[in-house]
Write a protein that binds this ligand. Structure first.
Ligand code: DGJ
Length: 741
């Protein structure tokens, strides 16, 4: 046996003698040394295996479909011939900086005595069962030279194949320790190639995907925007192994950081061609000083692995979100008539009273009053003024919100309201009264994003003020039925008049925000709330824990929305996606409504301007939607045809009992003869059952092109499929497929 080979199998240990013995034992398949230990973290189908080495270092040796024999994970490292790891730490479960590491660390600190080194050694691990589906494994690591400890947590949702991973950092040194980097998770993944699917964008261009092979070195996905952190890219991504996974095939990991502020995801293809994935809060300008005995808990990094393609992985994530993360994920949602696109800031009581009647006429559950209802000294008649002054504007609304709430009740609709509580216009009484509550540099020019600045939520007084905005609205109007929480500015000139350490601001801001959300939810647990950020500038599972839904984009052009909603759906269930019918785009009202129905339906149009047939269509569409929305909100989603590769996008939802399917089909190409030329095979049906296929949501007076009362077996529908007959004259088609009794 070639000793050089044994010595350089990718996980070289520091003491040669021990390392040699250890490797020989592993290669020969003999029970490994008593000094080593394998910790497995298992979901229903998958497993992560961590190995505690003879040097007490915890390394990750496997993530994939679980092995039948848990004893066999220990053979994996010795089978690899991937070159040299000169540090012996490439696969560290949480890479400390300043001792042996030669690659990107997960944690970097300065101890109380000014020393920058850190080593983390295994102390103990335990697994605690929370219920039949959930368990939490924790692994305690300690520095042998300093009283400094990190506990790694892995919360497993077994049936969903989902893991949330975070770390808790604690020290008992003689003074404060500075944390320079503090990742949530550090994974080590092995394949022949890694394909990253990432998303980028800007206002009205959210979730633009790019998929590319990762090359040697570090690829970073990050945000430094503070608030509205996802404007340029979200903390959600996926990595395929060996080759890009498809919907139904291939190995893939979907990941997302549960954090609404600056994030950083390092994807490092190392010198041994393995992938080191480190995800957490962005350490940029965020050194964090930790007092003795204080705990620093990172946000969770959420991930799911599948060897059955992106579709299976995203169904797992969507189910997990409905069952465990979003507010009322198993409940129902409200249809909305919003006034933003139809009036902007130009409204008054009379106009709104008429719109409330329109909501009733249309048949939506809620009328949502958007921006522009507040500010007196500086009326909010455009986006230059008034933010921060949350009193009804007396000339627009002389009878106040209370009157509108009552009017809504009289019209049998709920009243919802927009607020942007974290923000302030310099032209506002709030700014005049509390300039110290505003994030800005004391000695520099102010920079504005949409003419506004961000309030300093690290300050508990500001947190009280922000909580008070919503609390006052509810106290005065207990019947309020819906809240839209907006956030339109990023943080420029990051400086807090409150913070003693400026480098805490980005982190404490988000913690302050979450503390306000938590207070709102503790007092108003059920009220539906939309997470909005000048479109989709804040779509993450950290914030969604407090919300029922989110606003994906201000771009409501339905053609664009097909693509945007398609990409969000990899990570977020349809029940969370607020889709409104507006006047954006050139498509007819049917196309616009059909696209908005693939999620949470709403309208943002002048109902009074609809012609007779358009109005009739919308009224019927709302009723049709109410009939099937349960399937879209709570069912499994299958992306059947991608709009990026086909003339049409085709997406279906199926209920849990597999008795009802809603299939959405949208033409996305207007070239000659573009359309559905072949039947589209469905998925998830019961092969032995018979299903009736019918076209629904037809525009008044338009017959269906599909054969009436067509019945097929599930077997046929999955092997051959159904042709929705999409073409330029039938650009969007919704099919309902029902199991026959
Ligand atoms: C940005 C949001 O995305 C819009 O829907 C609207 O609420 C405006 N803000 C109001 O200012």
């Amino acid at each position: 046996m070639n000793l050089k080979n044994i010595y350089t199998t990718g996980f070289r240990l520091i003491q040669p003698a021990k390392s040699l013995l250890f490797s020989v034992l592993l290669i020969s398949g003999i029970q490994a040394s008593a000094q080593t230990k394998i910790i497995t973290i298992e979901t229903k189908h998958n497993a992560m295996a961590l190995q505690v080495g003879a040097d007490k270092r915890v390394g990750m040796v496997y993530l994939g479909v679980k092995l039948a024999g848990p004893d066999e994970y220990r053979h994996i490292p010795a089978m690899r011939r991937q070159g040299t790891d000169d540090s012996g730490t490439f696969n560290s479960a949480y890479t400390p900086a300043g001792s042996r590491n030669l690659v990107e660390p997960a944690i970097e600190v300065t101890h109380a005595d000014g020393n920058n080194s850190l080593d983390l050694q295994y102390v103990s691990d335990q697994t605690q069962k929370v219920d039949a589906n959930i368990s939490i494994t924790s692994i305690v690591l300690k520095d042998p030279a300093y009283p400094f400890q990190v506990t790694l947590f892995y919360k497993v949702y077994a049936d969903d194949d989902v893991v949330e991973q975070w770390s808790v950092i604690k020290q008992t040194e003689k003074g404060n320790v500075t944390l320079h980097k503090f990742a949530s998770a550090n994974l080590y993944l092995t394949a022949n190639a890694y394909w990253l699917k990432q998303f980028h964008g800007n206002w009205a261009r959210e979730m633009q995907p790019q998929e590319s092979e990762l090359t040697a070195g570090i690829k970073v996905l990050d945000s430094k925007l503070g608030t509205r952190a996802d404007l340029y890219q979200p903390p959600s991504f996926m990595v395929s192994f060996d080759q890009p996974a498809t919907e139904d095939q291939g190995k893939v990991l979907l990941g997302s950081l549960e954090w609404s502020g600056n994030f950083k995801i390092d994807l490092e293809v190392d010198a041994t061609k393995n992938l080191r994935l480190i995800a957490g809060i962005n350490p940029y300008a965020s050194d964090y000083s930790l007092k003795p005995n204080e705990e620093f808990k990172t946000p969770a990094f959420l991930y799911t692995y599948s060897d059955l393609g992106k579709g299976n992985a995203s169904r797992n994530l969507q189910r997990w979100a409905r069952d465990y993360q979003i507010v009322d994920g198993k409940g129902a949602r409200l249809t909305i008539l919003n006034n933003w696109e139809s009036t902007f800031f130009d409204f008054n009581e009379t106009k709104l009273a008429a719109l409330l009647k329109d909501a009733k006429k249309l048949g939506t559950d809620v009328f949502l009053l958007d921006d522009g209802w507040f500010g007196n000294k500086y009326p909010r008649n455009n986006d230059n003024a008034g933010l921060g002054d949350w009193q009804e504007n007396k000339s627009k609304l002389p009878s106040g919100i209370g009157y509108l709430v009552k009017e809504a009740q009289a019209n049998d609709v709920k009243f919802g309201i927009w607020a942007e509580p974290e923000m302030v216009n310099p032209k506002s009484e709030l700014y005049e009264k509390h300039p110290d509550w505003v994030i800005k540099q004391p000695n520099r020019k102010e920079y504005y994003f949409r003419n506004q600045l961000v309030l300093d939520l690290s300050n508990p007084k500001v947190q009280d003020f922000v909580f008070g905005i919503l609390d006052n609205l509810f106290t005065k109007n207990p019947q309020l039925g819906f809240i839209k929480w907006d956030c339109n500015a990023v943080i420029y000139n990051a400086y807090s008049a409150y913070e003693k350490r400026q480098s805490h601001l980005y982190i404490d801001y988000v913690r302050g925000l979450y503390s306000v959300f938590a207070r709102v939810r503790a007092k108003y647990p059920k009220v539906p709330m939309m997470l909005c950020s000048g479109g989709g500038g804040r779509v993450d599972y950290g914030a969604l824990k407090y919300f029922t839904e989110f606003w994906p984009s201000d771009n409501t052009d339905p053609l664009e929305r097909v693509f945007i909603q398609y990409e969000y759906s990899f990570f977020f269930p349809a029940i969370t996606s607020d889709n409104h019918v507006t006047d954006w785009g050139k498509q007819p009202i049917k196309f616009r409504t059909d696209v908005a129905m693939m999620g949470k339906l709403g309208f943002d149009i002048m109902v009074g301007k609809l012609n007779e047939n358009d109005l009739k269509f919308c009224q019927q569409a709302i009723q049709t939607y109410k009939g099937f929305s349960d399937v879209v909100w709570h069912g499994d989603q299958y992306r059947l045809l991608s709009p990026w590769k086909n003339d049409l996008a085709s997406i279906m939802y199926i209920n849990e009992s597999r008795s009802k399917v809603i299939m959405f089909n949208y033409l996305v190409n207007n070239r000659y003869d573009a359309g559905s030329h072949l039947p589209i095979p469905l998925q998830g049906l019961n092969p032995g059952k018979k299903y009736k296929v019918q076209e629904i949501n037809l525009y008044p007076g338009t017959p269906s092109r599909l054969q009436a009362d067509a019945v097929f077996t599930g077997d046929y529908l999955m092997k051959v499929g159904i042709n929705p007959e999409v073409n330029a004259g039938r650009a969007s088609v919704i099919l309902e497929i029902d199991e026959m009794e």
